[in-house]
Design a protein around this ligand. Sequence first.
Ligand SMILES: NC(=O)c1ccc[n+]([C@@H]2O[C@H](COP(=O)([O-])OP(=O)(O)OC[C@H]3O[C@@H](n4cnc5c(N)ncnc54)[C@H](O)[C@@H]3O)[C@@H](O)[C@H]2O)c1
Length: 254
Amino acid sequence: MSILAGRNYVVTGGARGIGLAFCQAIVNAGGKVGILDILSEPHPDCRKLEEAGRAHYFEEHLLNVLSGKQYKRLVATLMGAGIGTDIPFVNITWSDFERVVAVNQTGTFFAVQLAVKQIMSQPYDGKTGRGSVVMVASASASGSCPGHSLTAYGGTKGFVKSFTLQLGHELANVGIRVNSISPGYIETDLNLNLAKSRPAVKHYFDHAPPMQRIGQTTDLTGGLIYLLSDASAYVTGIDLPIDGGMSTGNGLTS
Ligand SMILES: NC(=O)c1ccc[n+]([C@@H]2O[C@H](COP(=O)([O-])OP(=O)(O)OC[C@H]3O[C@@H](n4cnc5c(N)ncnc54)[C@H](O)[C@@H]3O)[C@@H](O)[C@H]2O)c1
């Protein structure tokens, strides 16, 4: 499949987990990727994409999204960088809250602004799709997540969801589409580490989704390629839940 051939992408938070799966899916669909992440040691699969000449890894904060010349003729950007907080509401401190807002909310907002400025500065024929932004929200933006305390995290993802809608509207007439994906529980390092320190949450990962399984990163990539490609040329401002049915309610029986 080369549905994204000849197109350049930026993925924040692409050193591992969902962001890395997004990079692999883009490369498999024929695109090239600039990967930004703060990790000094990205997952080996990230380096494999570089070795194949399909990606460049930059160890940078997501706000440096467009600092390199490599991003000339950018057509899309993906905001995968994010951090979690799973702390009971009454225990959250000002600094816990500021930390998660700084990355998930403020960081996402201004990184998208940089990417959109870059896309708008490039020549445009006025006909074909000019750009596509996909942000990663979360099932916690729209529903509760049993076993977790996500007031701060879910609040930042609610921001991402409504930011997507507002920006999708604002940019609709300049040819840049803006959409988000809301994953449910996905088996990434973030959640595997959490399950190690709090084994009880494994039960929720496996049974809160009505489909009765935790999601894999590959469950997200079909929706991603749809939103990036011309298959979704008439779609903007939406949030696509990919959550094993969690948006219909949770599947726990006990
Ligand atoms: N795993 C899930 O179940 C799940 C569910 C819903 C939403 N999400 C969202 O998906 C995204 C990816 O989650 P994941 O599970 O792959 O997490 P992860 O922790 O495995 O990956 C997140 C990546 O973002 C990077 N990052 C963090 N802060 C950054 C910054 N300031 N600049 C650049 N990179 C930064 C991290 O280094 C990491 O590589 C996040 O936005 C997360 O909130 C995850």
